[in-house]
Design a binder for this molecule. Structure first.
Ligand SMILES: C[S@@+](CC[C@H](N)C(=O)[O-])C[C@H]1O[C@@H](n2cnc3c(N)ncnc32)[C@H](O)[C@@H]1O
Length: 203
């Protein structure tokens, strides 16, 4: 079976959905970067039927899982997954011409990929978001150069041991990147298990 699921998603999908229901428009087009197994895509799309959700992931196994979740849930408002590598400056014709989007959503990517992915994510948001669109990020972040919990510090160390280019990002670095791309942090929401939701809008 290629339809993957994770215990972490079972825990965090409801709190994430609650924020998305508040910050996304009820109707519109959403591009998700780094959809992974696709569980968030189908969960949000089922709860928000006015959205057209476009998932993506550079990993073929993840895209197979996303496609299976879409078929399993029989959801008409989730499009087939795209092969987008956020670190590149061309996300392919479907994303580049399918936009502009009302929102771009990226859950648990910027710490589990090189910094180039964050750079590309914000550049893509600058290119592809509508004027009043939002960029939503979820994950653990450092604040003022410090971890917000010992468990985050341990997680950071384990990520770096897997790949030295991975690791928790500092909110100040993310905000600098946002400003360089004409975006600003509009809201930060403390989430369970020392995670955060970051909502960016155009300056
Ligand atoms: C920890 S998983 C998160 C998946 C999903 N968003 C979730 O929260 O369950 C990280 C995902 O980031 C994707 N990823 C890594 N580097 C990426 C990049 N440069 N551009 C887009 N996605 C990337 C991986 O393929 C993987 O599916």
């Amino acid at each position: 079976m290629t339809r993957l699921s994770s215990p972490a998603t079972a825990r965090n999908r409801e709190p994430i959905l609650a924020v998305l229901q508040r910050v996304l428009p009820p109707q519109g087009a959403v591009l998700e970067i780094a959809s992974g197994a696709g569980e968030h895509a189908v969960h949000v799309a089922r709860a928000m039927p006015g959205l057209t959700w476009r998932p993506s992931d550079p990993d073929p196994d993840s895209r197979a899982s996303i496609a299976e979740w879409i078929a399993h849930e029989s959801l008409a408002n989730v499009m087939p997954p795209l092969a987008i590598d956020a670190s590149t400056d061309d996300w392919g014709p479907d994303a580049e011409t399918g936009g502009p989007f009302d929102a771009i959503v990226s859950i648990n990517m910027v710490h589990i990929s090189p910094w180039a992915s964050a750079i590309g994510l914000f550049a893509g948001a600058a290119r592809l978001l509508k004027r009043d669109g939002v960029l939503f990020l979820y994950g653990p972040f450092m604040i003022g150069g410090a971890h917000t919990a010992p468990s985050n510090e341990a997680f950071d160390a384990s990520l770096k041991s897997r790949n030295p280019a991975w690791g928790l990002r500092d909110l100040a670095d993310i905000e600098r990147l946002a400003l360089a791309n004409g975006l600003a942090l509009r809201e930060r929401v403390e989430m369970p298990a020392n995670n955060q939701s970051l909502i960016f809008a155009r300056t």
